[in-house]
Design a protein around this ligand. Structure first.
Ligand code: SAM
Length: 326
């Protein structure tokens, strides 16, 4: 499978502190001088595109806390050959930024939202502890979802991580949202990626159970032919629904052979696989003024490392989701 998808983490900072993630537990944030500047990010992305990437997803940390994210999105969208620019966000700042981001050329948005109940949302996200989160954090996220649906009527996904004893009873509530909205709701299996997530114990709710809960409440799920935008998700629809329901089963399914993505963090480190750790670093090359051709041929070598790696099943090492964005 060709590697044509880059997930680009723009910052290690976040304005939420989710139970399975680590932004406020880290020893410190990255130093300003270690971060790639906008112009360096754009040069790196242009080289990835030259090496075969067609789709870029901005993630984090929380990408919307990145300074002048709209300007950066505009710079990236102008790169010839880039076919799609997408974003994954917690939605807190999306109500204000959706229109300018649409204007800058952003093509689609995934919003991470694990509960529709304010109390559970607060428990999961630790809101009130993050700098720009407040008591009305859930309402702000929901306004973000509505703004996104206005800007990208067919380009919004809600990503939901169900966890036992926290929000597993909400599977059908999330699925119900797809009945009259053109939303894609996607259930992502929980992953104990770090010590903090491991403290949640046996929180994994397997896809089969989530499906059962949805079908018991709302009737049968009909399989839908997946599109390129669905990635590793298996996609379904409730009868007569406007939207779709997807399952990303990283724990109970094995999809490395079909993986078409690489990741770069905000310092220029490249991860051929979420589980491999960073194996390459573009920052020095960028700062030494390497031409696009040289960057692209370096990147092609990374793609080769990935092609060899994906024959193996995922490992179980520590993953700093708050830095590399899942
Ligand atoms: N701040 C952005 C957001 O909230 O979407 C982007 C970064 S966040 C780390 C990206 C995604 O990773 C979120 O959808 C989050 O739910 C998911 N994630 C983080 N830790 C996870 C875990 N242990 N298991 C499953 N998904 C996880």
């Amino acid at each position: 499978m060709a590697i044509d998808y880059l997930r680009l983490s723009l910052t290690d900072r976040c304005n939420l502190n989710c139970v399975y993630c680590t932004p406020l537990e880290k020893k410190g944030f990255l130093r300003h001088e270690d971060l790639l500047r906008h112009e360096e990010i754009a040069r790196a992305v242009a080289a990835f595109v030259k090496a075969g990437v067609r789709k870029v997803r901005l993630t984090g940390g929380e990408p919307l806390v990145k300074k002048n994210i709209v300007g950066l999105a505009g710079m990236l969208r102008e790169i010839p050959g880039l076919e799609e620019l997408a974003l994954t966000t917690n939605g807190l700042l999306l109500a204000e930024l959706a229109a300018p981001l649409r204007e800058a050329g952003l093509d689609r948005v995934n919003i991470s939202l694990d509960s529709l109940k304010k109390e559970t949302f607060a428990k999961i996200t630790g809101h009130g502890t993050g700098a720009s989160a407040g008591a009305d954090a859930f309402d702000r996220v929901w306004r973000g979802v509505e703004a996104a649906l206005e800007m990208w009527p067919r380009g919004v996904k809600l990503n939901v991580v169900l966890m036992r004893r926290l929000n597993d009873a909400e599977a059908a509530d999330f699925a119900r949202l797809t009945l009259d909205r053109p939303l894609a709701v996607r259930f992502i299996e929980f992953y104990a990626t770090n010590e903090r997530a491991a403290r949640l114990g046996d929180a994994l709710v397997p896809t089969a159970e989530t499906r059962r809960r949805i079908e018991d409440a709302l009737g049968p799920l009909e399989a839908v032919a997946p599109s390129a935008a669905d990635g590793p998700a298996r996609v379904y629809k409730l009868r007569g629904a406007a939207g779709r329901i997807g399952f990303i089963s990283g724990r109970s399914d094995y999809f490395c052979g079909a993986c078409n993505r690489v990741r770069m963090d905000c310092t220029g480190k490249v991860y051929p696989c979420l589980f491999s750790g960073p194996t390459h670093d573009l920052r020095d090359l960028l700062r030494r003024g390497a031409p696009e051709e040289a960057l692209a041929s370096y990147i092609k070598k990374i793609f080769l490392v990935k092609s060899n790696h994906r024959k193996d099943a995922p490992g179980s090492g520590h993953i700093e989701m708050s830095s590399i964005g899942g």
